[in-house]
Design a binder for this molecule. Structure first.
Ligand code: SF4
Ligand code: SF4
Length: 636
């Protein structure tokens, strides 16, 4: 591997070179010129009141109000968690609103009735002899109430083991209403409120749980109800999926309420005909970031790339429009698209960007609205400057669509129907307890120019599967895997013998694509079910999480709810907490005694893999002894 290259991905390196030739800047240029503030890096600057900004130095060991470094660091951390939880949860709320407007003849319909009925029953909503849309509207109403209900706690999903709930109850971190937890963080971090790092971190954990087991969980379940529960399907990934003679549309952002309609609009015969009229062979949709994950999981839409590649898509000179909604969208796309013919179209009032063309997406007239946005892209085809076009050849085959339901369906292939019931996680639990699979890792998160692009994800994952650790992926980590060929069934040749055998028998790749960032709730669901099946708490399982290239506040919320759920989490980039010794001690050590798991920070993915495997083996030893004792007791 050439150390000078900024990415392990050829297409990325080729387009970074093109940026230099074209004289435009990318995130890597901006990174080169940015000298991070050492205070910010350690989390010891505070600007939450006008007596400040204050920063901690040897001469000024406290803020003007007397806040210690730990207080400042813990408040800053809590606000990151709150912002991340707010982003995921507001996404979940929007999907609940869409469910509320669904109708038999409307644009948004119920696609997974069984999942809707199941959720309705869980929430004690009458389902017998009722119109499916009446049920849907009532479910949406209950879902929306979870955001701001005045009393009691969040209705947590049944996949949460009782032992875990008890831990949270004892710590008083069972989330109440989703919005309430975010508001509480904003209140407690105000000047003159919480000034105790331990307490601040407890509040952060509760807020993160409102995301993972609340807002994100809801976003996933309601999206499945509305747009269909994913099943395995084939796709292709990387910038080579753009096509020279087609109208290329890159869909970027997060919420499936927009992307689902764009997918439909791009198939509309009237618009396909228009594309031909303007000289193209058709319309080619490709996804970016989590929107890519949503539409590839449900429709097999090709994946253009992950977070760091968003500018590179424009640099191909072959993209007629980048259509975005919310989250993870570079404002830099506005000036970059000025240098090419590409239209940068914002659609959400929550994320308007100066310099972009704003075509607001109207959910009330969703299909018509999506059509007019797609039309804008088609009409831009004739503006393409062929001299500027360069589409890299790289693209890889991938299998996506592993929802929990799809995984259980695959597991049913190895169930002996004379002995065991179908439709459970037993085969997975058996593989883990027997040691054929040593453990499982959820690798998630973003790209970050502090890490060689995709290197953190791919090196870590290759090491893990080689050592018989099955990997599930979401977000931009999933797209890194798709590009590197790890989501193909052939990738089992890179797995250890135990995992390769399981892949062969169950007919799966060694790395399973479970969806977008909100779909990390699918991972919680699966881990919770395995823990419940084995009657253990989550921290007793040989299961880990990792975010080797994380960058967003959403990732901080995710990491915090994963650890609070009892899953050790490895970070490839240090969070801005190193200036608070007490905060650092809690996060990387004491949390283990509090919630059964903690954070590890390790920038070297090979070293991280070694630590993960060691940790998994420690957990296995305890688990195996526990099961041996149980067996002996049963025999006696
Ligand atoms: S809250 Fe305290 S530390 Fe923060 S800016 Fe105000 S005075 Fe400074
Ligand atoms: S993984 Fe990170 S960069 Fe990618 S979509 Fe999710 S939050 Fe954004």
């Amino acid at each position: 591997m050439d150390e000078k290259l900024l990415s392990i991905d050829n297409a990325t390196n080729e387009l970074i070179k093109k940026a230099q030739t074209d004289g435009v800047e990318t995130i890597w240029d901006r990174k080169e010129n940015m000298k991070p503030c050492p205070m910010g890096e350690k989390g010891i600057c505070c600007r939450i009141c006008a007596m400040g900004p204050c920063r901690i130095t040897p001469k000024t060991p406290r803020g003007l109000c007397g806040a210690s470094p730990d207080v400042i660091v813990s408040r800053n951390f809590a606000r990151m968690v709150a912002a991340g939880a707010a982003a995921h949860s507001d996404h979940g709320r929007d999907i609940a609103h869409v469910l509320h407007m669904s109708s038999k003849d409307g644009n948004y319909k119920v696609r997974d009735e069984a999942k809707l009925i199941n959720l309705a029953k869980r929430w004690e909503i009458e389902t017998d002899e009722r119109d499916i849309y009446d049920i849907a509207h009532e479910v949406a109403g209950v879902a929306l109430n979870e955001f701001g209900k005045p009393f009691g706690n969040l209705t947590l999903p049944p996949s949460l083991p009782e032992q875990r709930r008890k831990v949270w109850e004892d710590l008083n971190i069972v989330p109440r209403a989703i919005d309430r937890e975010v508001v509480t963080v904003m209140h407690s971090t105000h000047v003159g409120c919480t000034a105790d790092a331990d307490s601040m971190l407890n509040i952060s954990m509760r807020t993160s749980l409102a995301d993972g087991w609340g807002g994100s969980y809801m976003a996933t379940e309601l999206s499945d109800i509305l747009f269909g529960t994913p099943i395995p399907r084939e796709t292709e990934a990387n910038l080579g999926v753009l096509e020279e003679n087609y109208v290329n549309i890159v869909l970027h952002g997060h919420e499936p309420s927009l992307s689902e309609m764009i997918v439909l609009a791009a198939e509309d015969p009237e618009l396909v005909a228009l594309a031909k009229e303007v000289g193209a062979e058709g319309i080619n949709l490709a996804g970016m970031c989590c929107t890519a994950n949503e539409v590839t999981m449900r429709h097999g839409v090709k994946i253009a790339g992950n977070f760091a590649q968003q500018e590179l898509a424009v640099l191909t000179g072959a993209v007629e429009a980048v259509i975005v909604d919310v989250q993870c969208i570079f404002p830099a796309l506005a000036s970059l698209t000025d240098c090419y013919h590409t239209k940068f179209i914002t659609t959400s009032p929550k994320a308007r960007i100066t310099g972009a063309t704003h075509l607001e997406f109207d959910e009330e007239k969703a299909f018509e609205s999506a059509k007019s946005i797609v039309k804008e892209a088609i009409l831009n085809f004739s503006n393409r400057d062929n001299k500027k076009v360069f589409i890299p050849k790289s693209k890889s085959h991938a299998i996506v669509g592993y929802s929990v339901e799809a995984i259980i369906n695959q597991l049913d292939k190895v169930v002996n129907s004379h002995i065991d019931p179908a439709g459970t996680v037993k085969p997975l639990a058996d593989c883990i307890t027997s040691g054929v699979i040593r453990g499982a890792a959820g690798i998630v998160g973003c790209n970050n120019p502090k890490v060689k692009h995709d290197y953190g994800h791919i090196e870590l994952i290759k090491e893990l599967i080689k050592n018989d650790v099955i990997v599930v992926v979401t977000g931009c980590a999933a797209q890194a895997c798709a590009k590197a060929g790890l989501l193909s069934k052939d990738a089992k040749r890179l797995a250890g013998q135990g995992l390769a055998t399981v892949c062969e028998l169950v007919d799966i790749p060694p790395v399973l694509h479970m969806g977008s960032c909100v779909d990390i709730s699918r991972i919680l669901h699966l881990v919770g079910e395995v823990a419940k099946f084995l009657n253990v708490d989550i921290p007793q399982l040989p299961v880990v999480g990792a975010a080797p290239e994380w960058m967003s506040e959403k990732a901080v919320a995710i990491g915090t709810y994963v650890v609070s759920s009892g899953i050790d989490t490895w970070l490839g980039v240090a969070p801005p907490v190193t200036g608070g010794p007490r905060v650092l001690e809690i996060l990387t050590n004491e949390l283990e005694n509090i919630v059964g798991a903690k954070f590890f920070v390790e920038p070297d993915p090979v070293k991280a893999a070694g630590q993960i495997i060691e940790r998994i083996e420690q957990k296995r030893k305890v688990l195996e002894e526990m099961f041996e004792k149980k067996e002996e007791l049963a025999k006696a």
